[in-house]
Design a protein around this ligand. Structure first.
Ligand SMILES: [Zn+2]
Length: 308
């Protein structure tokens, strides 16, 4: 490999996660500096790095190659930080695209975090249940959720160690601003381990089935800066709405319509503030505990609506 190509690859690896730069373009720019402006290759590399740093709005010490600090996954609360983690692979998911080599959940004592590695990084594959030291990973944030991205500068060391992975309980305060479809009195597929919610008496997997009644609320909490989707299971929904599953079935039977249940539930919960606690599962917070904090201040809501 030529010296310029080598420099180009290192620059590309450093900015891969920050900018839309391709290897060829980097190599060309280096080429120009070296052959037309007679800049020594190392100097050319440094000057290109500086120009990409300002383009990406980054400081030099935020780039890979510098000294990175080991952090616990639960403490990650900033975007685009280069860090090291010592983690156990909790589960691997099916990647949705060929560009993704692996995607899944990593964990340490402090909690869990999603990770992604890309096919272009050509990294060794992580295995479920194994413990690794991952150096030079980048944090990422999407709608308030943090994840880490492995990249081609990431080093992976398997450790002969076990980690007791902590749970991922989060707490959220907000007004319940929406209750989504599929809430209230629902029917689930009775097939073993299926439990899908039926649509017009049909399971997407098992077709027409005799469903089993259940209660649930899929809602949206708004804390003024962000929204969080939350799910109240049967027990939590009963406590939240004061409507038991039996009562809900009676209501639906009397009205010959299940939608009376959700309408009554909406009337008593929408626009009220709650503090909810539970594990984060993908985009949903599964409510294990909640506290009522009162109704939304109408004035406050108007002020907020105007400021959007
Ligand atoms: Zn089913």
């Amino acid at each position: 490999m030529s010296e310029l190509r080598q420099h180009a690859e290192s620059v590309h690896a450093q900015f891969d996660d920050h900018l839309e730069v391709d290897l060829e373009e980097i190599e060309e720019r280096l080429e120009t500096l070296v052959s037309e402006y007679k800049v020594p290759p190392e100097e050319a590399r440094r000057s290109l790095v500086s120009s990409y740093l300002s383009e990406a709005g980054l400081e030099r010490d935020e780039l890979a190659g510098g000294q990175t600090e080991r952090v616990s996954v639960g403490s990650i609360d900033e975007d685009e930080q280069w860090v090291d983690v010592r983690v156990k692979v909790v589960e691997l998911w099916e990647p949705r695209s060929d560009a993704i080599a692996q995607v899944g959940l990593l964990g340490d004592e402090s909690g869990r975090i999603k990770f992604v590695s890309f096919a272009t990084s050509e990294l060794e594959a992580l295995e479920e249940e194994c413990v690794y030291e991952l150096s030079n990973v980048v944090t990422d944030e999407y709608e308030g959720q943090y994840s880490i991205k492995l990249n081609r500068t990431t080093s992976i060391t398997e450790l002969d160690d076990d980690i007791e992975v902590g749970d991922d309980t989060v707490e959220q305060i907000g007004a319940l601003v929406d209750i989504q479809r599929g809430s209230g009195l629902i029917k689930r597929c009775p097939t073993d381990d299926c439990t899908r919610v039926l649509q017009n008496g049909r399971c997407t997997e098992h077709g027409e089935v005799d469903g089993e009644f259940d209660l649930r609320i899929k809602g949206v909490l708004d804390d003024g800066t962000a929204v969080q989707e939350v799910i109240f299971d049967c027990e939590q929904t009963e406590t939240l709405t004061d409507i038991t599953l039996d009562r809900a079935k009676e209501m639906a039977k009397d009205a010959l319509d299940t939608s009376v249940v959700i309408e009554e539930m909406k009337a008593s919960t929408l626009g009220r503030y709650y503090q909810v606690t539970g594990p984060q599962f993908g985009r949903y917070l599964l409510v294990n505990e909640f506290e009522r904090l009162g109704a939304m201040d109408t004035n406050d809501a108007l002020v907020r609506a105007r400021s959007i």
